[in-house]
Design a protein around this ligand. Structure first.
Ligand code: Z5A
Length: 218
């Protein structure tokens, strides 16, 4: 069976994941690769409904951290089986905007749920399906805040429950990402996301290129 490549993008809000994932996809497609862009939570019809419940539903104010953990992983269990496994088996290249490291960072470190229990839930959701490579875009909190401010000024306001958390929550999330990157340096590559877009893009390509099979093999 042919095997694709599974790359995830991680980091705090406004770190530039969505920007860089599109640039990488364009680059790979131009080289002839079959690329699939996904996001979490979401990426399937069921996952997108869960995403709405998690972020924007007017009924989500009372959501507990435990319910949040399980909903993130319900969406993940669906996308893994409905999309990721079949696409990898067909030799596609998957670029996913967030995956299980987000759960460790946000629900584990941010919401301060028991890290072993968080890991068990993730393991149940993903089974053997794990990223080959994770690109962790790091930006200081003030850069993240400034980018979100300038983006919000150009868009209509849409309430997002997760963004309503306090500053300490996001500090714990950022710390969690640092721990994740330190524990798995082979898989998780630390990238300075505060650099200009073209520099970040070039850094990402230097990391990704050696892992990309030649198109003729597909
Ligand atoms: N979450 C969770 O808690 N647990 C989980 O398991 C999972 C997720 C999977 C998803 O939100 C939320 O779910 C997220 C974590 C939680 N919550 N929070 N808070 P989302 O999908 O709506 O958004 P996001 O993932 O947080 O990403 P984002 O805020 O959209 O940012 P981004 O994709 O990383 O950045 P961007 O859109 O590419 O860039 C932001 C702006 O900066 C934009 O105007 C760009 O033009 C600009 N930008 C980008 N790069 C640069 C550079 N290099 N220089 C200058 N300006 C730049």
């Amino acid at each position: 069976m042919s095997k694709g490549l599974f790359i995830t993008f991680e980091g705090t809000e406004g770190c530039g994941k969505s920007t860089q994932i599109k640039l990488l996809a364009e680059h790979l497609q131009a080289l002839g690769h079959r690329v699939r862009l996904l996001r979490e939570p979401g990426g399937t019809p069921i996952g997108e409904e869960i995403r709405h419940t998690l972020k924007h539903s007017e009924h989500n104010h009372a959501m507990t951290a435990e319910a949040e953990l399980l909903l993130m992983n319900a969406s993940r269990a669906q996308i893994v089986r409905e999309v990721i496994r079949p696409a990898l088996a067909a030799g596609e290249m998957i670029l996913c905007d967030r995956f299980y490291d987000s759960t460790t960072a946000y629900q584990g470190y941010g919401r301060e749920l028991d890290l072993e229990k968080v890991k068990s839930v993730i393991d149940f959701a993903v089974g053997e399906t794990k990223p080959d490579l994770t690109l962790f875009l790091h930006v200081p909190a003030e850069v993240s805040a400034e980018r979100l401010r300038s983006r919000q000024s150009t868009l209509p306001f849409v309430r997002d429950r997760i963004e309503e958390a306090d500053r300490k929550f996001f500090e714990r999330v950022a710390h969690g990402y640092g721990v994740i990157a330190a524990i798995e340096p082979q898989r998780v590559k630390f990238i300075n996301g505060a650099q200009p877009m073209d520099v970040v893009c070039k850094t990402i390509w230097e990391i990704v290129q050696p892992r990309v099979p030649k198109v003729g093999r597909w």
